[in-house]
Ligand binder design. Structure first.
Ligand SMILES: *Cc1c(COP(=O)(O)O)cnc(C)c1O
Length: 337
């Protein structure tokens, strides 16, 4: 493989994000359990999307764009991070959000509220039309061009080959923290676990492990779709990156695992057990996770550690807290506090 050089990248996230040890759970589960706090990449930019957007929005600026156009669910962390980052860069944000009935909710909340705060231009579609969102975006882009905008379209989750580089770079960041003595306990992880929703984080971590020679098991906890879907999607991102950038491995040369066992009843839907898990974790360890992504993934991780499944006893397991806390607020009733 040729040597890998990163393309243009903006500095938008607060990096490096800290790594903390979960003492009580480490004790209970018989591993060294670490959490990489990617929820601390920023306040309004919190979460994993901003690492991808550092590369994707650099591309948008390089192309002289005047606007960004992207899509997701009503409470999309990706759309919120994109809208906030875009406005900060002088780009106008256009968002296509899906809701069950294709209508905006009577009271804005959570991520959606923040998108409105920065003046994002939002269109709503019913969730059943979301599989056609690329076609919607393409049509909207043509309208914008007719209105003298130069829109830059970002696929959902910014999970493109370029966006995935954000998590390739995170592996490098982690190695730097290890060298600097900033990993509690001093060990590099034997496994990295995280929530998977559009595949870019998984792809980046798998590529990064290979590029930087980190012998680690990447475990992706799906929060929607299924294991077969994500293998295909993640492989496609990895192979796209290998094609576009010299020095990156193809999907046959990297490894990662996906499980859909803990996605629950559906995307952004929570069961009482899942919400109770979030409450208990907050009360025992002051760790706040989101109901849509990190909460489901962390619950899966803890469950598999309890079963002595997948992870070696005594090993170091790093969970990436991918953010999403604004998604807690719209669940205020269901949380039964
Ligand atoms: C988008 C998101 C994920 C999933 O990351 P992908 O790269 O889309 O798979 C996980 N956690 C949170 C909080 C997210 O917003």
């Amino acid at each position: 493989m040729a040597e890998f050089h990163y393309p243009e990248r903006l500095s938008l996230a607060r990096l490096p994000t800290p790594v903390q040890r979960m003492d009580r759970l480490s004790e209970e589960l018989g591993v060294n359990l670490l959490v990489k706090r990617d929820d601390l990449t920023g306040m309004e930019l919190s979460g994993n999307k901003i690492r991808k957007l550092e590369f994707v929005l650099a591309d948008a600026l390089a192309r002289n764009s005047t606007a960004v156009l992207t899509t997701g669910g009503l409470q999309s962390n990706h759309c919120r991070a994109t809208a906030l980052a875009a406005v900060g860069l002088g780009l106008r944000p256009y968002l296509l959000l899906h809701t069950p009935d294709g209508e905006p909710p009577p009271e804005p909340d959570g991520n959606h509220l923040l998108c409105l705060m920065v003046g994002a231009d939002i269109r709503y579609i019913p969730t059943e039309q979301y599989p056609d969102s690329d076609a919607h975006l393409a049509r909207w882009a043509l309208e914008l061009i007719a209105n003298d905008e130069r829109p830059f379209a970002i696929p959902s989750g910014a999970s493109t080959p370029l966006g995935a580089l954000g998590y390739v770079a995170m592996v490098d960041e982690l190695l730097g923290q290890h060298r600097a003595g900033d990993l509690p306990g001093g060990n590099l992880p034997d496994a990295i676990a995280h929530a998977c929703g559009s595949g870019g984080t998984a792809a980046g971590l798998a590529i990064g492990a290979r590029v930087y020679g980190l012998d680690v098991k990447v475990v992706s906890y799906a929060v929607c779709d299924d294991t077969a879907y994500f293998h295909q999607k993640i492989d496609r991102i990895i192979d796209g990156a290998a094609q576009r950038f010299d020095g990156l491995p193809g999907s046959k040369d990297v490894s990662y695992e996906v499980t859909d066992e803990f996605k629950g009843v559906g995307y952004a839907l929570s069961t009482a057990e899942e919400l109770a898990f979030l409450r208990d974790l907050a009360r025992a360890d002051a760790l706040l996770l989101d109901p849509v992504y990190s909460g489901k993934a962390f619950r899966g991780l803890v469950e598999e550690l309890r079963r002595k499944d997948r992870y070696q006893p005594g090993s170091t397991v790093l969970f990436v807290h991918t953010g999403g806390l604004f998604g807690l607020f719209p669940k205020r009733k269901e949380l039964e506090l």
